[in-house]
Ligand binder design. Structure first.
Ligand code: ADP
Length: 336
């Protein structure tokens, strides 16, 4: 079994999951200066997808990797899963360095991919058995029915996968990622294109896996999803981590509003009173100011502008979009 991913020689495998989370001192995932540049191909220029990611994901967490499309989330996950070869830096999973102990590292992580890729002519039980074979899980240690039951698929165990609903297929992918009993489960955009009811169901399953001791990493571009599930969130933008904080702290910071006002007469520069805020004069002459309502009320902000001698013809407020937040965080972060 030397070429398989399952590593029963690891003492962690013999230990109940609840204990694993407490026992280990190692983070579930650690990345240091992780880089990836995709080579130029088919007329496409080379792309620097990860620009030196430093990230520590603690054992036992539900960790959100949040970022817009193209930020580098899948690249990060795929490097951990052994599907993409990094260009530089280090990463370890459950204490196993992906270069030094690649099999153990891969054996410590289960990845639920974005797309619903399941062979329609196999039954869920067969899919599970094949995956277990791929990971070298000995027959005596396979838990096909146990996992299918946990995913609410027990009565579909022998049905052709093509007869499963979209939600069931997604749950089968989660089940498949769990065959080798990995302590870390990664869900890549698990609810993209999934309706609200199904999304809730999937969240419930994720929560129950977490309660049973699995460390969960979730990539998403939905703030709401990360907020609902994760105890800690890292924001990735353009291949770099621009924030990594407990969810509550981050949400507090994201709780920004934007005040947009139209002055009665055009202004050429922003008043000094606004220097502490992210504010700008827009192309149409309006002024937008990002502020945190927990720090200053809208009325006080308007008063400040009035004191600066600007007469306001019209105004409106907006919740800051995730994009605003990214821009805001990026402007405070490292250049480039
Ligand atoms: P995310 O998962 O956050 O949407 P990705 O990791 O998929 O981001 O992509 C990060 C960047 O790398 C994007 O600009 C994407 O176009 C590029 N990229 C991803 N995969 C490849 C690939 N196989 N070859 C070239 N560029 C890629």
């Amino acid at each position: 079994m030397a070429d398989t991913l399952y590593h029963p020689e690891s003492p962690d495998d013999l230990m109940p999951r609840e204990l694993r989370a407490e026992q280990g001192r190692e983070p579930a995932i650690q990345a240091r200066g992780l880089r990836k540049t995709y080579k130029a191909s088919n007329g496409q220029p080379a792309k620097e997808a990860l620009k030196g990611i430093d990230l520590t994901i603690p054992q036992g967490s539900i960790f959100g990797l949040l970022g817009p499309n193209g930020a580098g989330k899948s690249t990060f996950i795929n490097i951990l899963a052994g599907l993409v070869v990094k260009t530089g830096g280090h990463a370890s999973i459950w204490g196993f360095d992906i270069d030094v102990n690649p099999r153990q590292a891969r054996g410590s992580i289960g990845v639920v991919p974005q797309e619903l890729s399941i062979d329609p002519f196999f039954t869920p039980a067969e899919v599970m058995e094949m995956q277990a074979g791929l990971y070298g899980v000995p027959k005596s240690e396979r838990r096909t029915m146990e996992i299918l039951r946990a995913m609410g698929l027990e009565d579909k165990a022998d049905a052709y996968a093509r007869t499963l609903s979209g939600g069931m297929r997604r749950r089968l992918l989660v089940a498949k990622a769990m065959v080798h009993n990995p302590p870390v489960l990664v869900l890549d955009e698990p609810t993209a294109g999934v309706d609200v009811e199904l999304r809730r169901q999937l969240w419930d399953y994720v929560k129950s896996l977490h309660a049973a001791g699995t460390t969960i990493v979730l990539t998403t571009h939905y703030l709401e999803e990360a907020q609902a599930l994760c105890d800690q969130i890292a924001i990735i933008d353009k291949g770099a981590v621009i924030a990594c904080e407990p969810t509550e702290t981050l949400i507090g910071r994201l709780n920004e509003k934007k005040l947009i006002l139209r002055p009665s007469s055009p202004v050429s520069e922003l008043p000094a009173a606004l220097s502490g805020y992210k504010s700008e004069i827009n192309a149409n002459g309006s002024i937008s100011i990002n502020y945190n309502p927990a720090e200053i009320s809208t009325m006080d902000l308007i008063a400040k502008i009035g004191e600066a001698g600007i007469e306001i013809a019209d105004l409106s407020t907006e919740e800051a979009s995730l994009e605003d937040v990214f821009l805001h965080l990026t402007s405070h972060g490292e250049p480039g």
